[in-house]
Design a protein around this ligand. Structure first.
Ligand SMILES: C[S@@+](CC[C@H](N)C(=O)[O-])C[C@H]1O[C@@H](n2cnc3c(N)ncnc32)[C@H](O)[C@@H]1O
Length: 266
């Protein structure tokens, strides 16, 4: 399978991750660089957090945004009113573009959902011209995402299924230190640099944190959706307890670290 991402509903995705990827997008652009009049490819655009940030950062000649999921292609298309932006359904591992068609290609929070992430990086390199830039960011689920670790650690303590969820969650592709850098180098990129980007996820309440997960969105939501009602209620109560941590329900703020990598094409 070329995408392991679970998407049901664009509004739930926005509450789960889109609102945070909007904060991360400018940090990835600053790290990767951008110049006037360039043609840019946004791989795995989702609802368009990075696409919109790119459009606002420079006077680009074109931004092509692709996603595997028809739900996201429709949502990104519905939100877009910029004539420079073209959105289409495509697979990161088989990009429908000529060699060297773009000045830069970006993938924000995508490669950890691609089983053969090396193939996606090879494709991102192929479609960028000589001397252009390939850049990507993925969350550090194991060590840099305490808000989501809180959930998977809690359900891991409740059942074997929860332990298996945690095992999968912590070791998705490209998340280990140096893993993305190694992949970029293996795929022939030059001057490869890996760094960390940090944002905070600020929730108003437990419901604000839990609603998209409880609605079945994303990988953690998919796990919750297949629990029976008793297990589900037990999981929600235990995660609520971890969120509240002995204080009344209300705002909580979590730091979140993404690995980011960039390289130059030959
Ligand atoms: C966490 S979302 C990130 C979306 C967007 N880049 C953002 O930051 O909000 C992951 C996205 O990667 C897309 N995706 C996963 N595998 C893909 C593939 N093989 N080709 C294209 N898109 C893929 C999913 O459909 C989903 O939209």
């Amino acid at each position: 399978m070329t995408s392991t991402f679970n998407v049901l509903n664009a509004a739930a995705y926005e509450q789960l991750m889109g609102r945070w990827s909007k904060k991360l997008a400018p940090l990835l652009i600053d790290f990767a660089g951008l110049a006037e009049r360039e043609r840019i490819l946004d791989v795995g655009c989702g609802a368009g957090s990075l696409t919109v940030a790119l459009a606002g950062k420079a006077d680009l000649s074109e931004i092509v945004a692709i996603d595997y999921s028809s739900v996201f292609v429709e949502e990104a298309t519905r939100r877009n009113n910029d004539p420079r932006v073209k959105i289409l359904q495509a697979d990161a591992c088989d990009l429908p573009f000529e060699d060297g068609a773009f000045d830069r290609s970006f993938a924000l929070l995508v490669l950890h959902f691609v089983a053969d992430a090396g193939k996606a990086v090879a494709e991102m390199r192929r479609v960028v011209r000589h001397g252009g830039v390939v850049a990507a960011a993925v969350w550090d689920h194991f060590g840099g995402m305490p808000g989501m670790r809180m959930m998977v650690d809690t359900v891991a303590a409740l059942s074997e299924g929860g332990r298996q969820l945690r095992n999968r969650f912590c070791f998705q592709p490209m998340m280990q230190p140096g893993e993305m850098k190694r992949t970029f180098v293996e795929q022939g990129l030059l001057e490869v640099t890996e760094t960390e980007l940090m944002i905070r996820m600020d929730y108003q309440s437990f419901d604000d944190y839990w609603a998209p997960i409880g609605a079945g969105e994303g990988p953690l939501g998919k796990y919750v959706a297949q629990l029976d009602p008793t297990e589900r209620s037990r999981a929600e109560t235990a995660v609520r307890d971890a969120y509240e941590a002995g204080r009344p329900d209300g705002p909580r703020s979590f730091a979140n670290v993404a690995w980011a990598c960039r390289g130059i094409t030959t």
